[in-house]
Design a protein around this ligand. Structure first.
Ligand SMILES: C[S@@+](CC[C@H](N)C(=O)[O-])C[C@H]1O[C@@H](n2cnc3c(N)ncnc32)[C@H](O)[C@@H]1O
Length: 205
């Protein structure tokens, strides 16, 4: 790991993910989580204040980056429920089959290298009837914006910790074995190439 990944990137991710428009997105989805929750790619634990504590039994916080886990300490210390950290990637979820009620995925599917096996892992650990709650940025519907996303992506990926601008989020979720029950989409304020969001709830297909 180089100095940029270890020191600059966690700070940049924490600031970008802490923007007001992103926090407003969290408000729409995180309170839907309930029971035994697995949050994949917990980052700096910015979702913690948005959970409805009365509905949460505990949260597994899976985060492969040591630097991001360190950055999460402050928010985790304020969590009004138990958070159990897992230092592994989404492709290697070390939990039993059917052992969680909710999987929460916010602004992480853009980054997971083997997204298909990670989603299959999420499906495996989710109990029948459980829900995958997601809020992600991804490919835009407008051709002009999409062209920019494709152009900028190679450089973006290098400076943004492996994040992709142009992933077709609903397609990936369905290819991972889920059926989408509710889906909202739209541009958030900001540069259009990074602003198209998908959020909703999916269940096992
Ligand atoms: C843009 S951040 C989002 C963090 C957090 N979910 C949020 O909403 O603020 C993406 C996170 O995905 C994590 N990540 C990278 N590769 C991953 C993988 N293979 N499995 C799970 N998380 C991963 C990164 O370390 C980073 O913390």
């Amino acid at each position: 790991m180089n100095l940029y990944d270890e020191y600059c990137l966690p700070h940049l991710i924490h600031c970008a993910c802490g923007l007001k428009v992103i926090q407003q997105q969290r408000e729409k989805v995180v309170p839907l989580a309930e029971g035994r929750v697995l949050e994949v790619g917990m980052g700096s634990a910015l979702n913690v204040p948005f959970y409805d504590p009365g509905k949460i039994k505990f949260v597994w916080g899976l985060e492969p980056s040591r630097a991001m886990r360190k950055k999460a300490r402050k928010n985790l210390s304020r969590a009004p429920f138990e958070v159990r950290l897992l230092d592994l990637p989404g492709e290697e979820i070390p939990l039993d089959d059917d052992s969680v009620d909710t999987v929460l995925l916010t602004y992480t599917l853009c980054t997971i290298p083997d997204w298909r096996s990670a989603l299959q892992q999420m499906r495996r650990v989710l109990r029948p009837g459980g829900k995958l709650i997601f809020c992600e940025h991804g490919v835009a519907p407008d051709e002009r914006v999409r062209k920019w996303q494709d152009r900028v992506n190679p450089l973006w990926k290098k400076v943004a910790g492996g994040c992709n601008l142009n992933r077709p989020i609903p397609e990936y979720i369905e290819a991972g074995g889920f059926s989408i029950q509710s889906l909202d989409t739209g541009y958030l304020p900001g540069p259009k190439f990074a602003a198209y969001n998908y959020w909703g709830v999916a269940r096992q297909a």
